[in-house]
Design a protein around this ligand. Structure first.
Ligand code: UDP
Length: 464
């Protein structure tokens, strides 16, 4: 029997969107017999992306790649807010993706097409070509609740969220301070607002939504999404891109081997997060004053809206910091093997920007968190992690978002030895076990993935 053939267009917007979809691709091909064509664009690639594609290519799975022409942007476009930039990129990429899909269909029928939440524009193409179009959400089920509720939220609340000092009610979520909602919805005159509302409205046109979560982690959100079920929802996570064939020789893992169990705080802000220079100083001094061991990934610094990556760590740190903390701290430039770090027995806490992948990786390894959100839906994630799931503790910030050194010190101590930290660790352990069960045969994620695989292959594959 011919294998079902999937076409997938991943959004190359940092690793947070790319890695979980890459893992899903692997699972669909390895365990559900799909033949998969990944439609690739080199637009805004991170330096890690080629290595991930290479690992997929050398995996001996039935996965092939086809690349669309490079999409150019003028300087104005490059400086636009990310949602607008992505949406403009998608308008230019759309005809190329249509060409690829059309030519694929003529050689090997495509049973379904999967793309990112920010690429709803492509649902026009799938409708035209009569291919079922699915949306992949690298974020939480709670974020999907927010997305599907957004049009009503906007019509019910006439005050711009940026000026609001109230909390909003979103089914499935704890009350969220309006100012913690994602940036593009804060200001209605912003064109990012228009795009987000469009994606939110259009995701209902999809044949189904695949979410990087597991049912037991977000019970309230999953219940909200399934009653009444408007469209099929598949909680297929946690999806963590790992490569067991390539053991990590990173020096930081060797350093972790030498530290006592649960003694190290891992500090990392994802694949895109950078801090202001002054903030790096206060974080450094707070970490030092806490007295705890730490492993810190530092990616450069930000000034105003622009960020620059540094090649010399000591340029970023307070004078003498590395010498004073050399017995108990390690600072890495740019990137760490995060999953091996979180799974290491010496790692006892995670100060995180609350990116959803980082969150799932922490949950899957039972590591309690300090929530330090920076952008995107991370402030919403903080509320969910602190108030609803109760696996993270909050940091007190100034009104401009700055975290003072004293607050860093207090939060680190609280997480590593305080009562709040103990509660979060206990809850994390329960969820770690549930994540493991979800991924076992008969577990919720395995069932959802099997259902998705059936739907992704069963739909009639019609050539245009
Ligand atoms: N990551 C990593 N090493 C780093 C920084 C990030 O391996 O030093 C990985 C991390 O494990 C996660 C992804 O990159 O899988 C980041 O995704 P997340 O959603 O947490 O944040 P984003 O980068 O999208 O802000």
């Amino acid at each position: 029997m011919e294998k079902p053939h999937l076409a997938i267009f991943p959004l190359s917007r940092g690793m947070g969107h790319f890695l979980p979809l890459a893992e899903f691709v692997k699972r669909l091909s390895k365990f559900h017999g799909f033949s998969i064509t990944l439609i690739i664009s080199r637009w805004v690639w991170t330096s890690q992306q080629p290595a991930v594609l290479e690992r997929l290519a050398s995996s001996a799975l039935d996965i092939r790649f086809t690349e669309i022409p490079y999409i150019t942007e003028d300087e104005d476009e490059q400086n636009m807010e990310l949602t607008i930039r992505i949406s403009k990129f998608m308008l230019k990429a759309k005809p190329h993706i249509e060409d690829v899909l059309q030519s694929l269909c003529s050689s090997l029928p495509v049973s379904a097409f999967i793309t990112d939440l920010f690429c709803t524009e492509l649902l026009d193409v799938t409708t035209k070509l009569k291919i079922p179009g699915y949306i992949f959400v690298p974020s939480s089920a709670s974020f999907v609740c927010f997305t599907v509720h957004l049009p009503k939220l906007i019509s019910d609340n006439k005050v711009p969220f940026k000026d609001a000092d109230f909390e909003v009610e979103i089914p499935g979520l704890p009350p969220i301070p309006a100012r913690d909602l994602i940036n593009p919805v804060q200001d209605r005159s912003d064109s990012a607002f228009k795009w987000i509302v469009q994606h939110a409205s259009r995701c209902r046109e999809a044949s189904g939504i695949l979410i990087n979560t597991f049912a037991e982690l977000e019970e309230e959100a999953m219940e909200t999404l399934s009653t009444p079920a408007t469209l099929p929802i598949y909680p297929v996570g946690p999806l963590m891109f790992t490569d067991s064939d390539a053991p990590d020789e990173s020096s930081c893992l060797k350093w972790l081997d030498e530290q006592p169990p649960l003694s190290v705080l891992f500090v990392a802000f994802g694949s895109k997060g950078v801090l202001l220079r002054e903030q790096i100083t206060d974080l450094a001094i707070g970490l030092e004053a806490s007295g705890y061991r730490f492993l810190w990934v530092l990616r450069g610094h930000k000034s105003g809206d622009s960020s620059s990556l540094e090649t010399d760590i000591s340029q970023l740190l307070p004078e003498g910091f590395e010498i004073r903390t050399r017995d108990r701290g390690l600072v890495l430039l740019n990137w760490a093997p995060q999953i091996p770090v979180l799974s290491h027995p010496s790692t006892g806490g995670f100060l995180s920007h609350c990116g959803w992948n980082s969150t799932l990786e922490s949950v899957s390894h039972g590591v309690p968190m300090i929530a330090w959100p920076l952008f995107a839906e991370q402030k919403m994630n903080r509320v969910i992690l602190v108030k609803q799931i109760q696996v993270a503790i909050s940091l007190r910030t100034e009104s401009n978002g700055f975290v003072r050194r004293e607050e860093v010190q207090i939060a680190v101590r609280e997480l590593m030895e305080g009562q709040e930290g103990r509660k979060a660790r206990k809850k994390m352990k329960v969820l770690k076990d549930k994540a493991k069960i979800a991924l076992m045969e008969g577990g919720s994620t395995m069932k959802a993935t099997a259902n998705a695989a059936t739907d992704l292959s069963q739909k009639p594959s019609l050539t245009p």
